[in-house]
Ligand binder design. Structure first.
Ligand SMILES: [Zn+2]
Length: 276
């Protein structure tokens, strides 16, 4: 979550995924042992239209898609799922039960009316699939275990990541951001930010070789370094919040530290939530 326009949402979507063989669009982390079938753990899957988008063409050419896994319940991570299900009608769309609760809130008339539709007018499908409950913690894919790991509060409640121990991969959803301002506006109090840091520690303890963020700056790699960068961002935000008095000061000082990070709108909404 944290997009401010469709145009910004689009390039980040490339940061999906486990659909390895047929992706072919420079996804930095490929694993040749995944062949005909795939599980997709979505990052940004918001809009109903534009099959022409390059990331989607990669997916469209895939031979098979078995599973779509939602890491967390933010609408920008699942509102467009039906478009994928039309292409792969046999795929299952799954999430943990507590993620589904957040999904239902996000898909409610109130949330759409006050948050999503004003930001993406006319672009969000009226056919919004809600995930079914994932049974157990593990998705099996061509001999690999894809493990759903609960992470608690990160950029919203009840978030998870998907861990593939056999190849050292974590699909982090929005528990880690990559060169993109964090969505901290749902965690203006320190305890929630502490929970986010604990989630980062938990992912780090899994010693991943690659970490796929839900939102990233185009061109960045998927280094596990982003876990530490996300943690540092939260700590910088807290420190500067203590040292500044106005929203504008906090915003400006964060930008001085993170001049190249994208989606400044997310920073501004984080600052406003802190400084109301
Ligand atoms: Zn999110």
């Amino acid at each position: 979550m944290g997009r401010i326009s469709g145009a910004q949402a689009y390039p980040l979507s490339r940061a999906i995924c486990l659909q390895a063989k047929k992706s072919g669009h420079g996804l930095p982390f490929r694993q040749p042992s995944f062949r005909g079938s795939a599980t997709l753990s979505w990052s940004t899957l918001l809009l109903r239209s534009s099959r022409r988008e390059p990331w989607r063409i990669g997916l469209w050419r895939a031979e098979n898609l078995t599973t779509i896994y939602a890491t967390h319940g933010h609408g920008d991570h699942f509102f467009g799922t039906n478009t994928v299900l039309e292409r792969f009608p046999g795929a299952r769309f799954v999430a943990r039960p507590d993620v589904i609760k957040v999904m239902r809130q996000q898909a409610s008339a109130e949330s759409l009316g006050t948050f999503w539709n004003p930001r993406f007018p006319g672009q969000i499908s009226s056919h919004r699939a809600i995930a079914e409950e994932l049974e157990g913690n593990v998705i099996r894919l061509e001999g690999h275990d894809l493990v759903s790991v609960p992470l608690g509060y990160t950029d919203t409640a009840n978030t998870t990541c998907l861990h593939v121990p056999s190849i050292g991969l974590i699909v982090a959803g929005d528990a880690a951001y990559n060169g993109d301002h964090l969505h901290l506006s749902e965690s203006p109090d320190q305890q929630k930010r502490q929970e986010w840091i604990a989630a980062l520690d938990k992912m780090e303890s899994l010693k991943p070789r690659a970490v796929i963020a839900g939102h990233k700056r185009v061109g960045n790699d998927d280094s596990p370094r982003i876990i530490g960068e996300t943690r540092k961002y939260i700590r910088d935000f807290e420190r500067l919040a203590m040292q500044t008095t106005t929203a504008r000061e906090l915003y400006d000082q964060m930008l001085e530290l993170y001049p190249d990070w994208i989606n400044r709108g997310a920073l501004w909404s984080s600052v406003r939530a802190m400084r109301t």
